[in-house]
Each structure stands twice: as C-alpha cells, then as structure tokens.
Ligand binder design. Structure first.
Ligand code: KMH
Ligand code: ZN
Length: 304
C-alpha cells in the first residue's frame, strides 16, 4: 500500500440503498444533495461520491439532467473531487448506470469489481411510516437481485470512462474482487497508483469484521505492492470502526449517508457533514490530517 500522512476522506452523500422513509436527513432533491455535499466538503471531505435521485419521490435516477442540477452548484461552491457512481442502483441497466459519468467525465467514478447477490431488505427493518409506495417494492420486492458487474462490463467502463481521463474508485466487496482487479492491471487497463475501496458488510459481500479488513490489505499488498492506495467503507453500524481501522493501517476512509444513516448507536446522523466531522476528529487524534482536495488529486493521480 502507498501510505501518506494525509487521509483522503470520501463522503458518499446519498447512494441508492437508503430511502426517504429511513431518515429525514437523507438528501434527495438536487438542492439538498448540493447543500449536503458542500457542507461535507467544508467539514473535510476531499472526495464526494454522488448518485442522483428523482426530485419528486427520491427514487434513484440515472438522468444526467438531474445530476447537472447538483454538479453545477457543487463545482461552483468547492474544489472537492467529484466521484460519480457507475453502480447506480442494482435495478438499472449498464447504459443507465454510465449515463451521468459519460456526460460529465468526472475525475473519479466508482467501478464495482464483480457481480454479486445484493440484498438490502434489512435496511427496511426500522421503517415505521412509508413515505412512498416505490420504497416498499424496492426494498422488499425481491431478495434475488444480482448486481451485474461482469468482466465485459468492467472492461467497457475502464475503456469508455478511462479513455476520457476518469480514474476509478475500485469497489471491492470481497477478496476475489482484488484478483479481478489484478487481472485488469496485468492487461494494462489499470495504471498505478489506483484506489482500492474495500466495501465491508453488504449482505452478499464480505462481512465487516476487522480481520477481513486486515486480510484485504495483506492480499492487496501481495498483489499490488506499492501500486495502490487503500480506503475502506462499511455498511451500517460498522462504518466508523472499519474506517478507523483503515486509517490505522495507513489507508483512507469513506463515510456518508449512502453507507450508514447513523452517527452513533440508535442515533440518526443529522447530515453527511456530521459524519465527516466525526471521522476527521478520529483521524486527527491518530496523528493524521485530512487531505485537501489538491493533495487528494496528487495521491490518486487525478486529471485535476
Ligand atoms: N452503496 C455502496 C455499498 C456505487 O456507487 O458504485 C456501493 C457503491 C456502489 O457505492
Ligand atoms: Zn455509491
């Protein structure tokens, strides 16, 4: 792993798993997404991982026109690195998932490193009042959802977006995903230094045990040596433990309401910024400083 004194803090602002009934703090409209993203950047997030939602009912949308409504104010209001999802939601086609990244050629885009079962029905457990009908079907309609990220699809994203200078947040939900990434490194489609984002605690992927974080780093060290930088996120209540462990090992961190709606046990976070402030405090106590966007661009070799 390539280590540095600074910690790149990513904030995943809204995602596509959580729904409006789960938290009043989840930003949904373009105005809310922009305001939350700007506050997160102000609190120390150097990277903003972004999805769009239908401004009317909050369902995930691939529409570039909706992205534009928050990308423009974010670019005008801060210099954080914009990271556009290519995961979209598990229900979208690959073309839909790529529409916004194709339209805006961001500095960074997510790239999910393998097909997997993806079960997020558990996220509905605490909903007492459903705000929108679509949420019930979306969350509970089926547990047989496959998040499709085949070798061909990964190669399409690498060639298409990579050809425009976009670099990637390689989301690895299991140890096997590192080997898939190594395959593309060997074929010359990925160049160092690249960002491995370990994803822990998604039902269908590896669990959020600290042992697994360590094992992922050890395996990535063996496969990639100094060619990669590591970051980690965990779904739900494991978010801060896993982020802290990544920082301890010399890696970077991702927080945000896409991954976890809470700030502590049984307490909903009031905003994305609140989670960013918390992780900035933690890494500060560990003697590491949050990277500025400019330093993040250097560490991740972004086009700027
Ligand atoms: N919601 C995360 C577990 C993507 O946007 O490409 C996965 C994610 C996918 O961030
Ligand atoms: Zn995402």
């Amino acid at each position: 792993m390539r280590r540095s004194d600074e910690v790149v803090v990513s904030c995943a602002v809204t995602g596509s798993i959580h729904t409006p009934s789960m938290s009043p703090a989840l930003p949904v409209t373009p105005e809310e997404i922009a305001a939350d993203a700007l506050a997160a950047a102000g609190a120390g997030a150097a990277v903003l991982h972004l999805h769009a939602r239908d401004p009317g009912d909050g369902r995930p949308t691939p529409e570039p026109a909706v992205y534009e409504r928050f990308l423009a104010p974010i670019a005008a209001g801060c210099d954080a690195v914009v990271n556009i999802t290519t995961g979209g939601s598990v229900l979208m086609s690959l073309d839909d998932r790529l529409a916004a990244a194709r339209a805006f050629s961001p500095e960074l885009a997510s790239l999910n490193m393998g097909s997997m079962n993806f079960n997020f029905a558990g996220a509905a457990a605490r909903i007492e009042h459903w705000r929108h009908d679509w949420e019930r079907e979306y969350l509970l309609g089926s547990v047989d959802r496959i998040f499709s990220n085949t070798f061909t699809q990964i190669e399409t994203i690498l060639r298409d977006l990579g050809g425009r200078g976009t670099r990637f947040e390689f989301e690895c939900y299991d140890i096997g995903h590192l080997y898939t990434l190594a395959h593309f490194v060997e074929r010359g489609l990925v160049r160092a230094p690249f960002l491995v984002q370990g994803v822990f605690g998604i039902l269908g992927g590896i669990g959020a045990d600290l042992d697994h974080v360590h094992h992922m780093v050890r395996t990535a060290d063996r496969l990639f040596g100094e060619d990669y930088v590591f970051s980690a996120l965990a779904a739900g209540r494991h978010q801060f433990a896993v982020a802290t462990q990544s920082a301890q090992l010399g890696g970077h961190v991702r927080v945000g309401l896409e991954d976890n709606l809470h700030i502590g046990r049984g307490r909903l976070a009031g905003s994305n910024a609140e989670q960013v402030e918390k992780i900035v405090r933690i890494v500060g106590e560990m003697g590491r400083t949050p990277a500025t966007p400019a330093r993040a661009r250097e560490l991740l070799a972004l086009k700027g």
